[in-house]
Design a protein around this ligand. Structure first.
Ligand code: ADP
Length: 163
């Protein structure tokens, strides 16, 4: 059984994340979504809110396509989280060149910590490549329309936050 770990902050989950999750599902038997507590990033949504939103998205995906997705909050080292859930693959999405430098370093460090876990990068569909949680929050904060970037429940949650 091949298990993949897709880690992130998911503050909040966007259609970019959903795209990568759907692509990732084709590579593994079970996809574990690792929701990082990430206090440093000062997330807008609490861990519980982020987990609930991505859980709902994952249920919608598996209802459409089958497969197994598990949502797993974590606070420890990524590589330890991967070991805890039995993942042989870490899945990451690449947006622009700007993501590359950081991801390049992460792969090097994680490989030094555990050479048996491979990191796999995927790119979203062209229409979803530019979507970033950070910009979605900024647009929502300023009262803009985020319906092209997130699902309706997430758009509603953003509206409530910025009421
Ligand atoms: P992190 O704090 O780990 O960057 P994010 O929630 O911002 O967490 O992103 C999680 C993962 O999803 C990262 O690998 C990121 O590059 C990827 N990702 C986010 N948005 C997109 C997108 N629009 N297209 C492709 N990958 C994306």
């Amino acid at each position: 059984m091949r298990i993949g770990l897709y880690p992130g902050t998911f503050d909040p989950v966007t259609l970019g994340h959903v795209d990568i999750i759907q692509r990732g599902m084709a590579l593994v038997d079970r996809l574990v979504i690792g929701v990082a507590i990430n206090r440093d990033k000062g997330p807008l949504f609490s861990l519980e809110e982020r987990v609930a939103m991505i859980q709902a998205e994952c249920e919608a995906i598996t209802a459409r396509t089958g497969g197994e997705i598990v949502v797993h909050p974590f606070e420890n080292l990524l590589i330890d989280c991967a070991r805890d859930v039995g993942a042989s693959i870490i899945l990451r999405g690449l947006r622009a060149v700007a993501d590359f430098e950081y991801e390049f370093q992460m792969v090097g460090m994680n490989r030094a910590l555990d050479a048996s876990i491979e990191t796999v990068f995927m790119m979203a569909d062209a229409r979803r490549q530019a979507i970033a949680s950070k910009l979605v929050k900024e647009i929502a904060r300023l009262g803009g329309d985020v319906s092209k970037f997130v699902t309706p429940p997430v758009a509603a949650a953003l509206k409530r936050k910025f009421g």
